[in-house]
Design a protein around this ligand. Structure first.
Ligand SMILES: Cc1ncc(COP(=O)(O)O)c(C=O)c1O
Length: 423
């Protein structure tokens, strides 16, 4: 429907209201297309009511719309049924819910890596501190790729209940070999939770083909509405999962002297009135992604990211974090300048200067992957004197002119400190 050469920015009202801005923070949040915004508006202007059990037609029509959104999300990741989709608030909440309903019985060990987002780190640390699980945090290879051998050696101990890994990292864009990981996990009788926060925006995820048991992501990164996360649970696992939040809409009936009767899944996990406006708009977000097409999106994003990495590699004073074979990298590049990069009397950082002088919106900091930085500093593979790290993440609305502005802005900054020592 849309073409490679198309000015995709026209589909996003953000650019009408922020002309000249160079948005390079899509790993944090995808911009919202008009189609999704219209859908949210339609909820408020046309429906405004609750979905669920009301007898009036408008509410029933909205209920259908909510279930159509559930079906669209299920199709997007090739789940077998819409009933495998639980609506949550975001990836973090999806992982927290799963961690709290997962049946840790004979096996208590969970495996993650040092490169997980805090959303897939803190909850396991918390359960470990509460002595509910045993946690193993694996290092990744020095080039940031997944260490399959180390993983398999751990799995051979045959005591792992759950493996919980990022699919595509928000630090370096590197994709983990999930199909191989799933195969090894299942061979040793474990189950696999995948954090897909960065994969659904970049690639067609097929949870069945990849062999994923549980999958978490956020619609706000897939050019969809804010406030909606997804927890996919493979059908057959539901029967073993505990309850979590309970109350309105999770029940069939409640009694004074008898046990509560709960609804079936996924509804028993969606307590209380939901964020109907944003759930309703998920259908439009999925349609939008399908209309553009993952191939077309990556045809735009990948060359930009490749060219940017090539540009950075020309500077001896720049260290790309996770500088590996570009074929496994999606749309994200993080780097440090090996100098003191507090650049002015006012201690402006590179990110602040790029915003002030060129309206470039990118990120500096630790991108919620603090354990990775902690480990790398200890191994002397990163030097805190070079911080803050700088992250550029592309969306398919970015184009060559965005990249040129970024390259010019960075060249100006690097030139301005060319006499400073590399440390
Ligand atoms: C890989 C990864 N996991 C988890 C999250 C957390 O997502 P949310 O803030 O929507 O819960 C993010 C957000 O940046 C992410 O990139």
């Amino acid at each position: 429907m849309y073409y490679k050469t198309m000015d995709y920015k026209k589909l996003f009202p953000f650019y009408d209201n922020n002309p000249g801005s160079v948005y390079l923070d899509t790993a944090c949040m995808g911009l919202k297309p008009r189609k999704v915004i219209d859908s949210i508006t339609r909820y408020y202007t046309h429906y405004s009511v609750c979905a669920g059990r009301a007898p009036y037609a408008l509410s029933r029509e909205l209920s259908d719309g909510i279930e159509e959104s559930r079906s669209s999300v299920a199709s997007l990741i090739n789940a077998r049924s819409r009933r495998e989709i639980i609506f949550t608030r975001n990836t973090s909440e999806s992982i927290n819910i799963l961690a709290n309903i997962f049946p840790f019985k004979d096996r208590k060990r969970v495996i993650i890596t040092e490169k997980e987002h805090n959303s897939n780190h803190c909850v396991w640390k918390k359960l470990e501190e509460e002595k509910r699980i045993k946690l193993t945090i694996l290092d990744v290879n020095d080039d940031n790729t997944f260490n399959l051998q180390l993983f398999e050696d751990e799995m051979k101990k045959n005591d792992v209940a759950l493996v919980s890994l990022v699919h595509i990292s928000n630090l370096d864009g590197i994709e983990n070999p999930i199909k191989d990981i799933a195969e090894i996990t299942h061979r040793h009788n474990g189950l696999l939770l995948v954090d897909g926060a960065q994969s659904v925006p970049h690639a067609r995820v097929n949870v069945q083909e990849l062999g994923i048991d549980f999958f978490a992501f956020s619609m706000h990164k897939v050019y969809g509405p804010t406030g909606i996360g997804i927890l996919y649970v493979r059908n057959e696992h539901f029967r073993d999962l505990a309850l979590y939040n309970v109350g309105g809409d999770t029940i069939r009936n409640t009694y004074i002297n008898k046990k509560t009767e709960y609804r079936s899944y996924p509804y028993r996990y969606e307590a209380g009135l939901q964020d109907f406006a944003n759930i309703y708009a998920c259908k439009s977000a999925c349609e939008f992604v399908n209309e553009i097409g993952y191939e077309a999106m990556e045809e735009r994003i990948e060359p930009l990211n490749c060219e940017f990495r090539e540009f950075l590699r020309k500077f001896g004073e720049i260290q790309i974090i996770g500088d590996c074979d570009i074929s496994c990298v999606k749309g994200i590049t993080t780097f440090v300048i090996k100098k003191f990069t507090r650049l002015s009397e006012k201690n402006s950082t590179v990110g602040e200067i790029l915003d002030r002088d060129h309206r470039i919106m990118l990120r500096t900091g630790f991108f919620c992957v603090n354990p990775f930085f902690d480990n790398r500093e200890r191994k002397k593979l990163l030097n805190p004197a070079h911080y803050p790290p700088i992250r550029v993440s592309f969306g398919f609305y970015n184009d060559k002119s965005d990249l040129d502005i970024l390259k010019n802005g960075l060249t100006e900054i690097i030139d301005s400190i060319k006499d400073w020592p590399v440390i």
